[in-house]
Design a protein around this ligand. Structure first.
Ligand SMILES: Cc1cc2nc3c(=O)[nH]c(=O)nc-3n(C[C@H](O)[C@H](O)[C@H](O)COP(=O)(O)OP(=O)(O)OC[C@H]3O[C@@H](n4cnc5c(N)ncnc54)[C@H](O)[C@@H]3O)c2cc1C
Length: 458
């Protein structure tokens, strides 16, 4: 009998297993595929290897700006794939060693709930005081005739040996869609990104959407909003995608990129165990990450929400602590988002619209990268830092960054929100000069009403 059995060994399950073992639990983790899950094998790490290759290409193409005469002879796609596979393998090896070092039993196979205390793996039954479900998500392909013939999945992109001449990225225009759009655009595809929403990144602050959409348009990416993919038809070597909306668009493209994901809930024995499933197919969980069945917890992509790795692993820590007898809450409001587009996006907390909807009297501070010294020196002037705060208390409610290093800068934004920092406190911090992080302090000063390096507001 184990104290905790975790089903799924992605970033969520892996963190949960280690944390439960650190707290003295006898722990097993069941994994049906490769440890590391989507993140290590088909997600975060592989996509960042590709996006780094694309960024390097962009830098070389822009080398003239820095007085360097350089040109690109060729792109060796197999070398990128080999590098990506090598890094994933290295991480998997490290993970396996850490599981062993923590005394965690890795059980290979597909796990299924037999009861609130029993997990079946093949013809074996594993007993558990507590169970943590961490089975992640998988690709969600819309049911449109002939779409399957045209589709280019994120898995396929991460293993591509050539780049399609043209693509339509169709979906919510969320993080995965826009990263794929940015990658393919830099590598030379003609990219259309289309969504039924009124703007790309519909869940982010409207200024973030607008800033990224503007940069995308300048890079030649065509953004089509309020539009629905109605039909797909092959026409010789290409596909015709018919989009309806305020205006009909007929796009001729080589492939259609789909990145949408759905929680992995099938074959888990959830119904027999009486576990409540939300309307959107994710698992219902309470603040302590327990499902509707006491003793069974759920974390990461299977619970829906922002569906990112750091959320999965932070939930893993909370669920493990609770499974081991603590009563911790998970603060979903502090889940940051990072997107390695060009320029990058990083955000946390309430958007301006959300803050207003919640009844806050909102104040906004803004500081453009265009007048940040390092951004100018590095030729990375696209973007801005936006701070959403409460007028009376000056507490920071949200920070929304578009620009170079946004995915790193958002880390200190998370800290600011977690420590309930005010714009005055942020404005009075000191930063190394010249750094991108100065833009955060300067946006804080703008929110506090005394931006030093912006024209006075009349
Ligand atoms: C292309 C792409 C890029 C991404 N980039 C980022 C990024 O840069 N940053 C970020 O934060 N997030 C990123 N994500 C999202 C991130 O990968 C996921 O949010 C994260 O992996 C979710 O972690 P998880 O532990 O919930 O599930 P997963 O990582 O999906 O792991 C679930 C594991 O459970 C196993 N499993 C499933 N069912 C069973 C079963 N019945 N029995 C046993 N094992 C089972 C699976 O084999 C898998 O290993 C990206 C995703 C994609 C597709």
């Amino acid at each position: 009998m184990f104290d905790v059995v975790v089903i799924g060994c992605g970033p969520g399950g892996y963190a949960a297993a280690i944390r439960a073992a650190q707290l003295g639990g006898k722990v097993a983790v069941v994994e049906a595929g490769d440890i590391g899950g989507t993140c290590v094998n088909r997600g975060c790490i592989p996509s960042k290897v590709w996006l780094r290759a694309a960024y390097t290409l962009k830098m070389i193409k822009n080398a003239n700006e820095f007085g360097i005469d350089a040109s690109v002879n060729q792109i060796d796609y197999s070398a990128i794939i080999e590098r990506k596979n090598g890094i994933a393998a290295e991480i998997r090896m490290g993970m396996e060693a850490l599981l062993e070092a923590n005394g965690i039993e890795l059980i290979c196979g597909r796990g299924m709930l037999q009861s609130a205390r029993k997990v079946g793996v093949g013809n074996k039954t594993v007993g558990a005081e507590k169970i943590i479900l961490a089975t992640g998500s998988s690709l969600d392909i819309p049911d449109i005739k002939d779409l399957r013939n045209a589709i280019l999945t994120t898995d396929q992109i991460l293993d591509m040996t050539s780049v399609p001449k043209s693509v339509l990225v169709w979906g919510e225009a969320g993080a995965l869609d826009i990263e794929m759009a940015s990658l393919l655009n830099i590598l030379g595809s003609k990219v259309y990104i289309a969504t039924r929403y009124p703007r790309i990144l519909p869940k982010e602050d409207h200024d973030t959407s607008q800033r990224l959409a503007q940069a995308f348009r300048e890079q030649g990416i065509q953004v089509i909003t309020r539009s629905t993919l109605e039909s797909v038809a092959r026409s010789q070597q290409i596909f015709k995608a018919v989009m309806s909306g305020r205006k009909e668009h007929v796009l001729e493209i080589e492939r259609i990129v789909i990145a949408a994901r759905k929680p992995n809930i099938s074959g888990l024995g959830l119904k027999q165990a009486g576990i409540r499933i939300n309307e959107n197919g994710s698992l219902w969980i309470g603040e302590q990450l327990q499902t509707s069945e006491p003793g069974i917890y759920a974390i990461g992509d299977i619970t829906g929400g922002w569906m990112n790795s750091h959320m999965a692993s932070a939930m893993g820590v909370t669920a493990a602590e609770n499974a081991m007898g603590q009563t911790k809450h998970f603060t979903s409001e502090l889940v940051p988002r990072g997107m390695w587009t060009s320029p990058q996006v990083g955000s946390v907390g309430l958007t301006e619209e959300e803050a207003e909807k919640k009844g806050f009297e909102v104040e906004v501070g803004d500081f453009p990268y265009a007048i940040n010294g390092l951004a100018m020196g590095y030729d990375e002037v696209d973007g801005a830092v936006k701070i959403v705060s409460e007028a009376e208390t000056k507490e920071i409610l949200g920070i929304h960054i578009v620009g170079a290093n946004a995915t790193e800068l958002v880390g200190e934004a998370v800290m600011a929100l977690q420590l309930e920092c005010t714009v005055d406190e942020l404005a009075h911090t000191m930063r190394v000069h010249p750094t991108f992080s100065e833009a955060l302090m300067d946006a804080g000063r703008d929110a506090a009403g005394w931006a030093l390096y912006l024209p006075p507001k009349r």
